[in-house]
Write a protein that binds this ligand. Structure first.
Ligand SMILES: Cc1cc2nc3c(=O)[nH]c(=O)nc-3n(C[C@H](O)[C@H](O)[C@H](O)COP(=O)(O)O)c2cc1C
Length: 197
């Protein structure tokens, strides 16, 4: 069974995480989603998608309705007993999109204090693909050092930086390009943009 973990943390750009889950659902059997408390707030502010309030299972229901799919499971960032917290649980890899500097730091330091940090720690220790999309501007030396540290451990650092050779005509085009590049990093196929030929 092909499955991926997706975490949406509290950086600007939750639209990328939202779109990524939608695309993954086309090609994998399960997506295990974790959204930080701050990400719920930013998502509501930036996209109007409101998954705030409710228990873990009520939130999962809202998310399944949003995607019209039962293939997406949701776990609260406080649920350190969730299956994705254990290396024995088989997941193909993990995305953190967008990745805040706070979550980046927690992963780089091995802090594992919430489910996002713990699941990323598991991906690293199990040698699974970990794709992080850190979003901040400008970066300070701490941010850059954390990225370098994680890159040296095998994580893919894929910030949401669009290219313009595709001649994007809308925000959707820009989001599709970034999400397509993230999917390229995971080895999963997509048809989100035309490739340079
Ligand atoms: C509207 C808004 C936008 C933010 N954008 C970013 C951002 O792009 N990058 C970042 O590192 N932090 C950003 N922050 C700050 C983080 O949300 C904050 O550091 C938080 O503790 C991150 O927690 P989390 O990683 O657990 O989600 C933003 C905060 C707000 C309110």
């Amino acid at each position: 069974m092909k499955s991926f973990v997706v975490a949406i943390s509290g950086a600007s750009g939750s639209v990328y995480g939202l779109r990524l889950v939608g695309e993954l659902l086309k090609s994998v059997d399960r997506v295990y989603l974790c959204v930080s408390r701050q990400a719920f707030f930013i998502m509501k502010t930036e996209t109007g998608v409101d998954w705030t309030g409710g228990t873990e299972s009520e939130t999962e229901k809202k998310i399944q309705e949003y995607y019209s799919s039962g293939k997406v499971r949701y776990f609260s960032e406080n649920n350190l007993a969730a299956p994705i917290s254990s290396g024995s649980f088989p997941a193909g890899g993990m995305f953190v999109v967008p990745c805040s500097m706070k979550t980046l730091s927690g992963i780089a330091g091995g802090y594992a204090n919430n489910l996002i940090e713990r699941a990323a720690d598991v991906a690293l220790k199990e040698g699974r693909r970990l794709i992080l999309s850190p979003r901040e501007m400008p970066f300070n030396a701490i941010h850059l050092e954390n990225m370098l540290r994680l890159a040296r451990m095998g994580a893919t650092i894929a910030p949401p930086v669009p290219a313009f050779y595709q001649r994007p005509e809308s925000i959707d085009d820009i989001v599709d390009f970034v999400v397509g590049k993230l999917l390229d990093s995971s080895g999963l196929g997509h048809d989100l943009f035309r490739r340079w030929a």
